[in-house]
Design a protein around this ligand. Structure first.
Ligand code: SAM
Length: 286
């Protein structure tokens, strides 16, 4: 048990041995708790059939557990200084491949083709929080062959992702994530399980990709309308949609809302994704 990478002593020893300095700007908060590592993999529903892409393996703590449970694991790590460490810590794991790269820049379609040969995969990540939304955005928008995304994120962001209409956490992010996936919080994680300890609490969320997405006339206009509405979430929907960004008159908005049977005095948070789909389908090209 204490030979495993998640033991706090192991993590400290490895970092010391390699004289590794944790980088704040790369969001390096490493997991040091076996229960959490095992729970992520278990509640993430990882099985021996799974092909996994792990983003940011760090010193390989989660990678080790994933490689024990899954068929094949590819890890993408940006920090070059971690590569020799990963080579050592994962030397006995034969079903693991580590790639040096930036998940925000790498050609994912090419990577998927080369590493996974068309297999449907699961993404697992304990990410630096400032790149969480761009990465998830990219993974979902590119409509790659992904079954699910299991990711550690800031607790508040997880709440926004699962929020429903009429709640205070309901936002453009809720609609974006729920358009592509059925999200589920699988674990709440205290800050004490990381080295160093971050300033925020975290949750692990599992995003199960939908087989059938809601019908939307034009995705770009749909998300633009959603974002504009929530950008001014305290205004009535009639006013928030009459913004410069959308380039449409208040009269036209009123007409669209009437056609959709939506009270123009409502606010963004009172509208369902289906309401926004209806509204945006009547929008002129932007
Ligand atoms: N998975 C490890 C764990 O749980 O202990 C490390 C998690 S740490 C929060 C985030 C990791 O992502 C770091 O190892 C960091 O170097 C790496 N990273 C940061 N930005 C990255 C990027 N753009 N592409 C790939 N990896 C990145």
């Amino acid at each position: 048990e204490d030979r495993r990478l998640y033991s706090p002593k192991m993590v400290r020893d490895i970092l010391e041995k390699h004289n590794f300095k944790l980088s704040k700007s790369l969001g390096q908060n490493f997991l040091i708790d076996g229960n959490i590592v095992r729970s992520i993999v278990e509640k993430g529903g990882i099985t021996e059939k799974d092909f996994i892409l792990e983003i940011g393996p760090g010193i390989g703590t989660l990678t080790e557990e994933l490689s024990i449970k899954a068929k094949y694991v590819v890890g993408i790590e940006l920090d070059e200084a971690l590569l020799p460490i990963l080579k050592e810590t994962l030397r006995e794991r034969k079903n693991v491949e580590i790639i040096h790269g930036d998940i925000l820049k790498i050609d994912l379609e090419e990577l998927f083709h080369k590493e996974f040969k068309g297999e449907s995969i699961k993404i697992v990540a304990n990410l630096p929080y400032y790149i969480t939304t761009p990465i998830i955005g990219r993974l979902l928008e590119e409509e790659l062959n992904i079954q699910g995304i299991i990711v550690m994120i800031q607790k508040e962001v997880a709440r926004r992702m699962i929020a429903k209409t009429n709640s205070k956490d309901y936002s453009a992010l809720s609609i974006f994530v729920q358009y592509y996936t059925d999200p589920e919080i699988i674990l709440n994680v205290p800050r004490s399980v990381f080295l160093p300890k971050p300033k925020v609490d975290s949750s692990v969320i599992r995003l199960n990709l939908k087989n059938q997405k809601m019908k939307v006339e034009n995705k770009e206009i749909f998300f633009k309308v959603v974002r504009s509405a929530f950008n001014q979430r305290r205004k009535t929907i009639q006013n928030s949609l009459s913004s410069k960004e959308l380039n449409i008159s208040k009269e036209k908005i009123k007409e669209i809302l009437t056609l959709c049977n939506i009270d123009p005095q409502k606010r963004a948070e009172n509208l369902t994704a289906e309401d926004f789909a209806k509204i945006s389908s009547l929008f002129p090209p932007i």
